[in-house]
Design a binder for this molecule. Structure first.
Ligand SMILES: Cc1cc2nc3c(=O)[nH]c(=O)nc-3n(C[C@H](O)[C@H](O)[C@H](O)COP(=O)(O)O)c2cc1C
Length: 186
């Protein structure tokens, strides 16, 4: 199946982890629909291990920025950060797998697709200091932060450093289906 066939959801095709954000605020109803999309994700035995910590006031954003890695400095321009946190034992216990992370991942993708649907950019990240971010935001120590998603309108690409300007112009590659799909058996 190729993209050209027009079968794949437009939001899936359009989604990319953009880095050029505008400071333009996101209307409350948009933000609510993004959170609602996250809430509707599937989770193992419906555990819904996720918690969404929405950082959007200028003061809270400025504090949270202190915990970002240097590589994610582009995130400072985004008007909203959604931190997804869950308890390690909050998901399913099947197979001894950390299913809380799967719950977080599925909510993350729903959030990203709704973000695209609204004409916004969304970018999931792992580049931050977890302990620092928990301390700053008051997330209890027994919770783990699975990701921080930056959300906002697309802004001026010229404000990014050269490396990120180049990244912004390209789409990331994917492994071909022939390499990853195993029909009937491995
Ligand atoms: C769990 C996770 C962590 C990520 N962490 C970062 C990050 O810290 N900084 C960053 O710039 N991008 C980060 N990304 C974005 C990926 O680099 C990106 O999704 C991947 O290169 C595919 O590109 P695309 O999302 O534009 O299709 C992360 C993505 C995921 C799913």
């Amino acid at each position: 199946m190729s993209d050209e066939e027009g079968i794949i959801l437009e939001e899936i095709l359009k989604r990319r982890s953009g880095r050029a954000y505008s400071a333009r605020p996101i209307p409350d109803e948009m933000l609510e629909s993004i959170l609602e999309a996250g809430r509707r994700a599937p989770s193992c035995a419906n555990t819904q291990a996720w918690n969404f910590v929405v950082i959007r006031s200028p003061e809270a954003l400025a504090q949270a920025h202190e915990a970002l890695s240097r590589g994610n400095a582009w995130g400072r321009r985004a008007p909203v950060m959604i931190i997804i946190a869950a308890k390690e034992d909050g998901g399913c216990s099947s197979h001894d797998l950390p299913y809380f992370m799967m719950d977080i991942g599925l909510a993350t993708q729903n959030i990203l697709l709704q973000t695209v649907h609204l004409g916004l950019l969304g970018h999931p990240t792992a580049g931050w200091n977890e302990d620092k971010l928990k301390e700053i935001t008051g997330i209890p120590t027994e919770y783990r932060i699975g990701t921080v998603i930056f959300i906002g309108y697309e802004g001026d690409i010229e404000l990014l450093d050269e490396r990120n300007q180049e990244r912004e112009k390209k789409r990331t590659p994917r492994r071909p289906l022939s390499e990853i799909v195993h029909w009937d058996r491995w």
